[in-house]
Design a protein around this ligand. Sequence first.
Ligand SMILES: NC(=O)c1ccc[n+]([C@@H]2O[C@H](COP(=O)([O-])OP(=O)(O)OC[C@H]3O[C@@H](n4cnc5c(N)ncnc54)[C@H](OP(=O)(O)O)[C@@H]3O)[C@@H](O)[C@H]2O)c1
Length: 284
Amino acid sequence: MITVFGATGTTGAPLVDALLAKGAKVRAVTSDPAKLDALNAKGCEAVTANFTDPAALERACAGADRIYLVTPAHLDMRRWKANAIEAAKAAGVRHVVLATGLGASPKAKVTFGRWHSETQELLKQSGMDWTFVQPTYFMQNLLWQAQGIAKTGIYHDDLGGPVAWIDARDIADVAAEALTGSGHEGKTYGLTGPEALTGADIAAILSEVTGRSITCAPLSAEDSKAAMIAGGMQDEVAAAMVELASIAPKGYLAGIETTVSDVLGRPARRFRDFVAEHRDAFVQ
Ligand SMILES: NC(=O)c1ccc[n+]([C@@H]2O[C@H](COP(=O)([O-])OP(=O)(O)OC[C@H]3O[C@@H](n4cnc5c(N)ncnc54)[C@H](OP(=O)(O)O)[C@@H]3O)[C@@H](O)[C@H]2O)c1
């Protein structure tokens, strides 16, 4: 049995699909009882557990050999993951595949890297086997502004530099391999897409795919932070997001990792194909 936390999320949902396609027995965890039926319909065992509820987390891990652990970007994410790691250990889980972020290490220069690193170190000390999946920015983030792009023809770029965007389905596929294959214990998988793209590149791809003229407008750190807070993000998390974005103009998010093709034996998905698949979201 493999328990997938965050099973309705951006990486967890495609991971459940990938694991089921491999024939694995999957327990999918949601905090929202209203999502149980849809998860069960996929062919997995769906359960509810909140990251704040240690007993429910332990029940979610009972009888599982391996788990996938991801939380949303949240001020409490270190405590939430610590609760899940403790529950997994108590339940006898052998191997945890932990989703963090590219560059997460004790020496990370940005807040997110240090937050994720704390959890990585905690998991290492737990005695369970571990694999870290460390993705860069998800292509799926583009969907957050799809409606605006469709309406105004403007892509707002809060990064101001090249980023090697990854499709969250590639993160899921690598995690699925780590959860079902052998030899992934003790590995840190930095995950990027196959090319680094600027905001202008993304606008050009959007234009080409939609047949409309989409322009790129820089979004200042202040406006970006204000938009995230208006969208419900906690102040400290929004500040950490803006800090992370601030390293893009220096080229620090442009490096290409070959992990997706190394682990999966096929190339990482391309941004243009992602946009083409979601074309309808970018047109009115
Ligand atoms: N987005 C990016 O570009 C990016 C880049 C690098 C790293 N990351 C990292 O990736 C992680 C986010 O991954 P993701 O996008 O796959 O996650 P996500 O979609 O944001 O969230 C995963 C799921 O967590 C569940 N959840 C929320 N609150 C919960 C709670 N209190 N108890 C139990 N479950 C709860 C939600 O499902 P239910 O409503 O069903 O409970 C949600 O679908 C973060 O750590 C972030 O730092 C993100």
